[in-house]
Design a protein around this ligand. Structure first.
Ligand SMILES: *[C@@H]1O[C@H](CO)[C@@H](O)[C@H](O)[C@H]1NC(C)=O
Ligand SMILES: *[C@@H]1O[C@H](CO)[C@@H](O)[C@H](O)[C@H]1NC(C)=O
Ligand SMILES: *[C@@H]1O[C@H](CO)[C@@H](O)[C@H](O)[C@H]1NC(C)=O
Ligand SMILES: *[C@@H]1O[C@H](CO)[C@@H](O)[C@H](O)[C@H]1NC(C)=O
Length: 498
């Protein structure tokens, strides 16, 4: 075809359409001189709309977006109502990362053709890039309603899932990803994302299944092993932890320099009480990346568990030199508290709160320090703040209940105990302290019921038998009270001699 058009322009050197067609042929043949043909067309016919668009396409394909955009603008001057030219300029501006300008073009495209699928899709991409998730979701959803081609449907589903994940709406994300996997059942990355969603939704068995699919599709996927290991960890039993360990080890086997796998294995071993081995993993991670603050933080806690407070303190300080985070500051607070430096601990907790006012553990630990200092109203205040951020924490309810008891806020204390019982119906500590409250309030029957529950859960506690004996005495059950005192003494002696 090229040769034929060449013959034509030789015969008639001002034959613009022949130059244009030869340019198109040369573009298909990936010959750069196609641009000379388009230039020639425009020299002959300065209003040749297609030639400007083709020049734009050529420069667009070369990544020279400014030139491409300018040529598109020339085309639009010739045909100001061309859907194609506006759509194309919008797309070029997306590549050029000037999203706001791209939206103007895409708005114009939609104004000219309000069922132009690509315009909605591209505008969705712009909003997405600008993190305007509300409008992005709207445009992506319109795109799907317009029943686009299969490849666009897939792109929209994946992009929308990414946004839902960003917004912590994992159930929605899950739905889009599931649909996407139906048309791409061999895409391991889709299953990886799906696994993460299941994990976030606390559906750990499904998460394991997804990650297993990832690994079937790609047996060398480190993220697949790590994701599955982390899901096994959530099973909450030893067998799960062992299963997790195998996955982390496999990832390390595939790539011994994979820090993420080393950290996961470190936490796994720590959870299994193998502190020395956990210490090794964190140390290797530090060796690979001396700036890895997570590894220093993890090793510090392991050191603390092994009783090496000084090493723990050094590691946590190194972590804090690399980065300042509420979590690390709070961990240093714990270490400081262990070393008996209570006021330093408090400073760490307060600084953690300054860094991240939503970090519940810092409030909880600060509250415990206030409690130990007998500053009960401050303690109560901090437990309350922890509970605002983490409304399902039975430890915080229990501690606030005890604090309220000491502050003589008996009704509030009762309400806190009720919440703690609801959240943790098998905690002896909750029933024991609740019994104490009712004993103080001379509500002996309730006290007896609670302390009996505590003893049913934790039967060998002399303090609890003593409390029940006291309560039973007040109720006039003298024989039962004496039996409890005797049990308390027996257990006490057993503890001292045994
Ligand atoms: C985008 O295009 C404009 C002109 O339209 C230009 O000034 C700008 O430098 C380009 N940006 C990038 C990132 O290429
Ligand atoms: C269009 O493309 C040509 C190259 O063929 C370039 O020289 C020119 O600057 C571009 N812009 C306009 C407005 O024509
Ligand atoms: C594009 O159109 C939308 C909806 O019609 C409007 O909200 C937005 O302000 C417009 N943006 C620009 C840059 O013109
Ligand atoms: C409750 O909070 C304490 C301190 O914040 C934490 O150690 C514990 O793991 C939490 N428990 C639950 C069930 O979230």
């Amino acid at each position: 075809a090229c040769e034929a058009f060449s013959t034509a322009v030789k015969l008639y050197p001002r034959y613009a359409d022949a130059f244009y067609e030869r340019g198109l042929c040369r573009m298909q043949l990936q010959q750069e001189k196609c641009i000379l043909d388009f230039n020639k067309v425009l020299a002959i016919l300065p209003n040749h709309f297609q030639a400007y668009l083709s020049r734009a396409a050529f420069f667009g394909s070369k990544g020279r977006y400014s030139k491409a955009i300018m040529n598109c603008t020339e085309a639009i001057k010739i045909h100001p109502r061309s859907v194609r030219a506006h759509l194309y300029r919008g797309a070029l501006k997306i590549h050029n990362k000037t999203y706001k300008n791209a939206i103007e073009d895409l708005n114009k495209t939609i104004e000219l053709d309000n069922i132009c699928t690509l315009a909605y899709y591209n505008r969705g991409v712009c909003y997405h890039q600008m993190k305007d998730y509300k409008n992005a979701l709207k445009d992506y959803s319109i795109t799907l309603l317009l029943e686009p081609k299969k490849d666009i449907v897939l792109k929209v589903l994946v992009n929308r899932a990414v946004i839902y994940t960003e917004l912590d709406q994992y159930a929605n994300s899950l739905e889009d990803l599931t649909e996407a996997t139906l048309s791409k059942p061999k895409d391991s990355q889709l299953f990886q994302a799906l696994g993460i969603c299941y994990h976030r939704l606390q559906k750990y068995e499904e998460a394991v299944k997804s990650f297993s699919t990832v690994l079937r599709l790609n047996p060398f996927s480190l993220d697949g092993y790590i994701g599955r290991g982390n899901s096994y960890m959530e099973y909450g039993h030893q067998a799960g932890s062992k299963q997790a360990q195998k996955d982390f080890l496999k990832a390390i086997h595939l790539n011994p320099l994979c820090i993420k796998a080393r950290l996961c294995l470190g936490y796994n071993l720590q959870g299994l009480g193998k502190f020395q081995k956990a210490w090794q993993q964190f140390s290797v991670a530090i060796h690979i990346d001396p700036e890895c603050h997570i590894a220093y933080d993890g090793r510090a806690v392991v050191c603390l568990q092994m009783g090496d407070t000084f090493a723990a303190f050094q590691d946590i300080n190194t972590a804090l030199k690399v980065t300042t985070s509420a979590e690390i500051l709070t961990n240093r607070g714990v270490i400081n508290q262990f070393m008996g430096y209570v006021s330093c601990a408090m400073k760490d907790y307060q600084q953690a709160i300054t860094v991240d006012p939503d970090y519940a553990l810092a409030y909880f630990n600060a509250a415990n320090v206030y409690f130990l200092n007998r500053q009960f109203s401050q303690a109560k205040d901090y437990y309350s703040r922890a509970l605002t951020l983490d409304a399902k924490n039975e430890s915080a309810f229990l501690n606030r209940a005890i604090t309220n008891t000491l502050l003589k806020n008996f009704e509030e204390a009762k309400a806190d105990f009720e919440k703690a019982v609801c959240l943790s119906p098998f905690s002896a500590a909750v029933y024991y302290n609740k019994a104490n409250l009712h004993n103080t309030l001379k509500q002996y029957e309730q006290a007896e019921e609670d302390i009996s529950k505590a003893l049913a859960i934790q039967p060998y506690d002399p303090l609890m038998y003593k409390l029940r004996a006291d309560v039973r005495g007040k109720l006039g059950f003298i024989k039962e009270a004496i039996a409890d005192y005797k049990k308390a003494i027996n257990i006490q002696e057993f503890i001292f001699t045994g």
